[in-house]
Design a binder for this molecule. Structure first.
Ligand code: GLN
Length: 313
């Protein structure tokens, strides 16, 4: 039996998607990873999943895309599960930067030369190096197994074309990794950690997968559909706190003000968000604003939050 909110959601989601889709013309599809530039600009899809697994979906909800930076939330969780809090926070800090996601600025500022937080590229590269495994091949296999478990989808795979495209053009991420290596943050080789990092960024999903993954976070690490704990509660608390303060990069404050929910964006135009205790949400629309977040996706989440008073405050 579904409540009034769910009925309103399923009744109106289509119109809200149509309205927000007009915002796709305000943004530009990411092109610094050449393969991502092939994504169509006139796409907006959303999937919202409740604790019973019921789905409210609208727009291009079957469109497939790569996780990109959304993967950083789940590699952070896996690295916490592998190493514990103390070890992880000896390699990354806990503060937002106010800079672009791939910024080289401030890398020296947190003692002793560690990245500000695990969701900017530098921090996520440091986190990738902490995933347990004897080499990057084993780390990548463990990441894929973990992501498939959280998404409850054994068919998740790495998109090889996106991986290659990013790897071939990642001059900036390569510089960040060399910088971390020089600061003593990485215990492995730069090429190995980048293989792991590009691989998890290139895992391909759709909005339903995103909503399913978000649902586990919304329920503090318990998958409410299989009624099974997948992640310790404390690590979900850490992940959601970072999503709230740093998940939308240097637009995290604005997003917190206008939407008020934990969220993480990726340059594929994807956003994973949630209504804590209730819904998992996956959104995709490739055109991005100046800060690297989906223009139509952010607009749609703002509309939903206002409509249902979803802000945490
Ligand atoms: N793979 C992308 C990169 O490292 C992820 C960035 C993003 O999604 N914002 O540049």
């Amino acid at each position: 039996p579904h409540d009034q909110t769910w009925k309103q959601l399923t009744d109106h989601l289509g119109e809200w998607v149509t309205e927000s889709k007009k915002r796709t013309t305000d943004g530009h599809v990411a092109s610094y990873i050449p393969e991502l530039a092939n994504a169509p600009a006139d796409i907006l899809g959303i999937c919202i999943m409740d604790a019973s697994g019921s789905i409210a979906a609208a727009g291009d909800s079957n469109f497939r895309f790569t996780l990109q930076s959304i993967s950083k939330v789940f590699t952070l969780i896996l690295s916490l599960m592998d190493n514990g809090e103390a070890a992880v926070f000896s390699k990354v800090g806990m503060e937002p930067t106010g800079d672009d996601f791939n910024s080289m600025l401030k890398l020296e500022l947190v003692e002793p030369g560690i990245p500000f937080n695990p969701l900017i590229n530098a921090g996520a590269i440091a986190i990738s190096s902490l995933i347990a495994g004897k080499d990057s091949t084993e780390q990548i296999a463990r990441i894929l197994t973990f992501f498939r478990e959280i998404a409850d989808n054994p068919s998740l795979e790495i998109n090889a074309d996106v991986y290659k495209s990013e790897s071939d053009t990642a001059h900036r991420n390569r510089s960040l990794a060399y910088f971390l290596k020089d600061n003593g943050v990485l215990d492995c080789e730069v090429d190995d950690v980048l293989r792991t990092y590009f691989s998890h960024c290139s895992i391909e999903v759709n909005c339903t997968d995103l909503a399913r993954m978000a649902l586990v976070l919304a329920h503090n690490g318990v998958d409410p559909i299989r009624n099974q704990r997948l992640i310790p509660r404390r690590f979900v608390q850490i992940a959601k706190t970072f999503m709230f303060t740093c998940g939308m990069y240097n637009a995290s404050g604005e997003f917190a003000m206008n939407v008020g929910l934990p969220a993480k964006s990726g340059v594929s135009g994807s956003i994973l968000s949630m209504v804590p205790g209730q819904y998992g949400i996956g959104v995709v629309s490739p055109p991005l604003n100046r800060k690297g977040n989906s223009t139509a996706g952010v607009h749609l989440l703002g509309k939903l939050s206002q409509e249902f008073d979803w802000s945490l405050f």
